[in-house]
Design a protein around this ligand. Sequence first.
Ligand SMILES: Nc1nc2c(ncn2[C@@H]2O[C@H](COP(=O)(O)OP(=O)(O)O)[C@@H](O)[C@H]2O)c(=O)[nH]1
Ligand SMILES: [Mg+2]
Ligand SMILES: [Zn+2]
Length: 350
Amino acid sequence: MSIDFSRLVAFGWSNFFLGQLPLDRLDTVHPARVIRVERSSYRVATADGEMLVTLAGRFQYQHADERPTVGDWVLLQQDAPVIIECLLRRTLLTRRQSGGIDSQAIAANVDLMLVVSGLDAEFNLHRIERYLVMAAQAGVTPLMILTKQDLAENAEAAVEQVRARLPAGADVMSVDARRDPLSERLAPWLSTGTTLVVVGSSGVGKSTLVNNLAGVEVQSTGETRRDAKGRHTTTARALIRLPGGACIIDVPGMREVGLTTEGGINAQFRSIADLAPACRFIDCTHEEEPGCAVRAAVERGELAEDVWAHYLKLRAEERHHVAEHERRRRERAFGKMVRSALATKQRSGQ
Ligand SMILES: Nc1nc2c(ncn2[C@@H]2O[C@H](COP(=O)(O)OP(=O)(O)O)[C@@H](O)[C@H]2O)c(=O)[nH]1
Ligand SMILES: [Mg+2]
Ligand SMILES: [Zn+2]
C-alpha cells in the first residue's frame, strides 16, 4: 500500500521523519502523529484519517519519557491498531514526575512555545522566567503572550520588562485573548507544518487563545473546567489543527513545579553562566565565595540584583529537589534490605 505523504505534511511531517522510515518494512507499518492522549488511549492522525490505537506491550518496559506523547510521530502496525515504534524527536518538552526526578514527556516535535501569562494582578516576572527556563531546556524558541491587556495598568511597561529577559530570537506581545484577531497577529508563526505548544498557569487564558486561533470552541474555558463538585476536570492533552495550517498543543493542568533543571537554568541565565569561568573557584556557587565574578558584576551594577537572586532561588530549589529524591531512594533501598534480612531470618526459623 502506498502512503499519501501530502496528508502527513499537513500535520508537520518532514524529511527528518521520512529518513527514519524502515524502507524494508513499508508494507507492514505506516506512520502517524499522536494527536490526543488520555490515560492509555491514543488518538493518531494517519494519511488515511484518524484512529484510536494502543501501545505495544514493550513500551511498558521503557522509561516514561520514551513512551509516545502528544506530537510524536509513531509507526503503526498495518493490520492492528497498535503503536509499535516511536520515531526520534526533534524537540521534547518534559516535566519532572511528582515526587521524583524522572522526567515525563509532555509534548514532542514542537517548533515554538507560546508562554501565556496574564497582565492582571497575577503578573509575575519570576514565574515567566520559569517558563523561559523550560523553553531553553527543551530547545524551543519561546513566544511570550501577555493576555488580559484590557485589565492591565500599563501593558507597555510589562512588555518591556519581559522583553529584557528574553533570549535571542524570542518575542513578546500583549493581547486581549478573547477579542483580538490572534490569527492575524500571530500569522508569522503559524505557517503549515509548524507545531506550537501553549504553556502557562491555570486561568491565564490558554484555552481562550487556542479557541481564538481555531475560530471555534475546541477547548472549554474558565469555570466550565470544573465539574459539579468544583473539582478541576482533567482534560486530555491534544494537538489541534488550526485553519491556517499550523498545529497547536494545549497542555491542561500544567503546574510550575518540576519545570527546571540545572541545564535549563544555565541556558536561561546566560549572563551568569558566561561570568562563572572568571570566578576564583571552579565550583563557585556565586553566593559568598571570595573572588566571585558574578557577585562582582552585581556590585558594579552590570548584572541586575533581582536576576541574580532569582537564579539562586531556582538553583536552590533544583538542588533541594534532587537531594530529596536521593533521600527517598535511599530510604526505599534501606527498607528493602531490612525486609529481605527479616525474611531470611524467618526462613531459617530464628
Ligand atoms: N479580560 C480578559 N479575560 C480573559 C482574557 N483571556 C482569558 N480571559 C478569561 O480568563 C478566564 C480563564 O481563561 P482560560 O482560557 O480558561 O484559561 P486557561 O486555564 O489558561 O486555559 C476565562 O474566564 C477567560 O474568559 C483576556 O485577554 N482578557
Ligand atoms: Mg485551559
Ligand atoms: Zn561565582
